[in-house]
Design a protein around this ligand. Structure first.
Ligand SMILES: [Zn+2]
Length: 103
């Protein structure tokens, strides 16, 4: 019996028996030294995932320049402009009842 669970390597959910990790990419903010390994089926998706994971809490710029290359490669970086749509998040806090309407 196959199990459906999160892969410890790439973080994706899948069936343990048939799961294959997508290729690994090194991703960084363009011009920065610090990079991060990201698993994705293509370089542009690696750029998108990197921005989604690293900047979810930041009220940052709407356009981010990202460099991507094969994990472990020392070749040139492929550059992507990643456009960010910040999704509004609503949180309701109960603060009491309003006074009854008098007409
Ligand atoms: Zn995996």
């Amino acid at each position: 019996m196959s199990e459906y669970q999160r892969c410890e390597t790439c973080g994706e959910f899948g069936w343990v028996e048939t799961h294959r990790c997508p290729p690994a990419w090194d991703v960084r903010l363009d011009g920065e030294e610090r990079l991060r390994a990201v698993f994705a089926i293509a370089d542009r998706y690696a750029a998108e995932l990197f921005v989604e994971r690293c900047y979810e809490d930041l009220d940052g710029p709407r356009l981010v320049a990202i460099g991507v290359r094969k994990h472990g490669s020392s070749g040139p970086w492929k550059l992507f402009d990643v456009e960010v749509d910040w999704v509004p998040e609503a949180t309701a806090t109960y603060v009491g009842e309003s006074a009854p309407q008098t007409t």
